[in-house]
Design a protein around this ligand. Structure first.
Ligand code: ZN
Ligand code: ZN
Length: 411
């Protein structure tokens, strides 16, 4: 019989995302930020000194993990942001993190921008926010997706403290050093730009970026540190090239083909689609000054992205939840649930934002589950998202409480 606990959630229906089941009348006991026991409420004595939450009629599920965010992206104009004061960017970052936590995301994986300072600020409670799994700055070749210079500019300020989200490096030695610098400063993964992107000023979406030897050098450095490489890529050509060279996580992947699916499965690699960002670029792009030609391009990528998710899902690819929103568009983060539900079951979408995301960041059993030994990152929700995951698209009405590390997050 469990004795004194720090937190006791009682009479809850607890979701098992792996099994797709919901067990009623359960208690979740938390001690020192870790789940110590889960079982029938009838078996738990009323313990003194315990904070008790009666979750009768409510559901308890693992805290959500967003596998593709940019918490420092205070604006969609990342080129301009590179010249902002890092202190000012940090102030925006604090606000972005707090909002993500309140939307139910208790862990985020930052794939360009966040560094050890952001993660420390959260760990020490200076910033209220999700756990931050970071990769430092993304590696980009000259003229690549992380190179924010206009055609008229040639200089780059490479100082680590400038709030650019990318670092430009060319040649095996420079690329290797850039990777080592990210690892030296605590990176959980190395992010590289494998293809062009929509927003970068001088590249084409259909380009491949970095030479094979440069990509191999990054993979080698990551493997030496027991870390992994994730790559930004849209086209099958760029995705398949990256996967063959040892990149184990592909970001976006909107234009993958059957060979991509085969390679993902063969390599055990992960795909992190980010569909909401294209929907918002389509909706808000015109107001933000995006030219008509680019808006049409966004349309194609959005539609192809949903097909890619469907193709990967049916092919058994390990899929992780991601949103990739910049600046003011970040408020739409939870809308990714609604989009994915068009081609995935509720259980599949939930798995991508809990179990599979936890596996990608090396936290299996510690995050993404409501089970003894897991960190007490929990959501108390009003409806069962296993029945309809789109309830999570409106977190303000669906989430009753967010708990991170056993601490109730203030609304
Ligand atoms: Zn990207
Ligand atoms: Zn991104």
């Amino acid at each position: 019989m469990p004795e004194i606990q720090h937190l006791h959630i009682m009479n809850a229906t607890v979701l098992d995302i792996a099994a797709g089941s919901a067990l009623p009348n359960q208690s979740v006991l938390v001690e020192d930020g870790v789940i110590s026991w889960v079982g029938p409420s009838s078996e738990v004595a009323a313990a003194s000194g315990t904070q008790t939450i009666d979750a009768d009629g409510l559901y308890v599920m693992p805290g959500l993990i967003d596998g593709h965010v940019h918490v420092t992206a205070a604006t969609a104009d990342l080129g301009a942001m590179a010249e902002w004061s890092p202190t000012y960017v940090a102030a925006h970052t604090a606000r972005n993190l707090k909002a993500m936590l309140h939307r139910g995301f208790t862990t985020v994986r930052d794939v360009a921008g966040a560094d050890f300072g952001v993660a420390m600020a959260v760990e020490e409670g200076l910033f209220e926010g999700p756990r931050v799994i970071f990769g430092g700055k993304a590696l980009s070749q000259s003229g690549g997706h992380g190179d924010m210079r206009s055609m008229g500019a040639s200089a780059i300020d490479p100082h680590q403290c400038c709030p650019s989200i990318g670092i430009v490096c060319d040649g095996v030695d420079a690329v290797r050093k850039a990777a080592r610098d990210q690892l030296r400063t605590g990176a959980h993964h190395i992010k590289i730009m494998l293809s062009g992107g929509v927003a970068s000023p001088t590249d084409r979406v259909d380009s491949t970026q970095f030479s094979e030897s440069e990509i191999r050098a990054v993979v080698e450095e990551a493997e030496a540190s027991n870390r992994y490489v994730c790559g930004h890529a849209y086209t099958a050509r760029a995705v398949n090239r990256g996967l063959r060279l040892g990149v184990t996580c592909i970001e976006h992947g909107n234009l993958i083909d059957d060979e991509s699916v085969r390679l993902f499965v063969e390599k055990g690699a992960y795909l992190v689609p980010t569909l909401i960002t294209y929907e918002r670029l389509k909706a808000d792009g015109e107001a933000a000054g995006l030219p008509a030609a680019s808006r049409e391009k966004v349309d194609t990528v959005l539609h192809a992205g949903l097909e890619a998710l469907d193709r990967a899902n049916k092919g058994g690819v390990k899929i992780v939840f991601g949103s990739d929103l910049l600046g003011a568009m970040q408020v739409h983060q939870s809308q990714e649930f609604r989009i994915r539900a068009q081609v995935q079951t509720s259980q599949e979408v939930l798995r991508s934002a809990t179990l599979t995301a936890a596996e990608l960041i090396g936290m299996t059993g510690r995050l993404g589950v409501v089970a003894p030994g897991a960190l007490a990152d929990l959501l108390i929700v009003k409806e069962n998202p296993l029945d309809d995951v789109t309830v999570l698209a409106d977190p303000a009405s669906s989430i009753e409480a967010v708990i991170k590390g056993g601490q109730l997050v203030g609304r």
